[in-house]
Design a binder for this molecule. Structure first.
Ligand code: ADE
Length: 237
């Protein structure tokens, strides 16, 4: 998969893509991640990436010209109907469809070229959404100062699902949400720590018992912390 991130703060991504799973996937050439400075696509004297909103109001709005130019250079066209198949242009915005494990899975399965536009300030010129953007995604019901942290979340959630990224093929399948509920609790050595004991069932080597215990605990945790997942009112989980 190729990921191109468009941002006015390219330095933000400096170290983030150098660690852990994302680093491993990049080194194994499962994913290629490129960060592009939107300002590089400006052609005006002042290299302006934003301007005041028509109609008045607070803040600045990201201008369309450099974003159109960036998309044209990456995808060969600025008409979403004509994007190469397997390509999507995602705008990160609190107005978007909420990111869920099912959304990450859909993108991991269907896409080989993901272009991410990080929104900023009060917003982005609506002609970008209308013409360029195939998917608007929010990472949750809160407002960030910009789409950059959300881009990191989105990329991480997708990259870990790409075949070959995780050491064991089953690791992602066992993650919380993959089965629609939360993960079970985990323990490691020591078996007793400051008087707190690891449950006996995990120490006795009976795998059927362990699986039963884990399923029970996962359900218990979900009931306590995320009852909505069991009641089916969690959007598109
Ligand atoms: N930009 C600002 N807030 C955001 C959010 N919650 N999700 C995605 N992008 C955003």
């Amino acid at each position: 998969m190729k990921v191109d991130i468009l941002t006015i703060f390219p330095e933000f991504f400096g170290q983030v893509i150098e660690f852990g799973i994302i680093r491993r996937a990049r080194l194994a050439e499962i994913v290629e991640i490129n960060v592009h400075d939107i300002r590089k696509f400006t052609t005006d004297k002042h290299r302006m990436v934003d301007d005041r909103p028509f109609g008045g109001g607070d803040g600045m709005v990201l201008k369309p010209e450099p974003i159109f130019a960036a998309i044209e250079s990456l995808l060969g066209t600025s008409e979403k109907e004509n994007y190469p198949s397997g390509s999507r242009v995602v705008l990160l915005t609190p107005q978007g469809r909420q990111l869920k494990q099912s959304v990450a899975k859909e993108l991991a399965d269907e896409i080989n070229h993901l272009v991410i536009i990080c929104g900023r300030y009060e917003g982005i010129d609506e002609r970008v959404n209308e013409t360029l953007v195939t998917d608007e995604i929010s990472i949750g019901d809160y407002v960030l100062s910009g789409g950059e942290p959300a881009a990191v979340v989105l990329v991480d959630s997708i990259v870990r699902l790409l075949p070959g990224t995780l050491g064991s093929e089953t690791s992602a399948e066992n993650d919380s949400f993959s089965s629609g509920i939360l993960d079970h609790p985990h323990y490691t050595r020591p078996a007793e720590f400051r008087g707190m004991k690891v449950p006996d069932v995990l120490l006795n080597g009976n795998h059927a018992e362990i699986e039963k215990w884990r399923a029970k605990k996962a359900l218990e945790k979900t009931r306590i912390f995320r009852r909505d997942l069991l009641e089916g009112d969690n959007g598109d989980m």
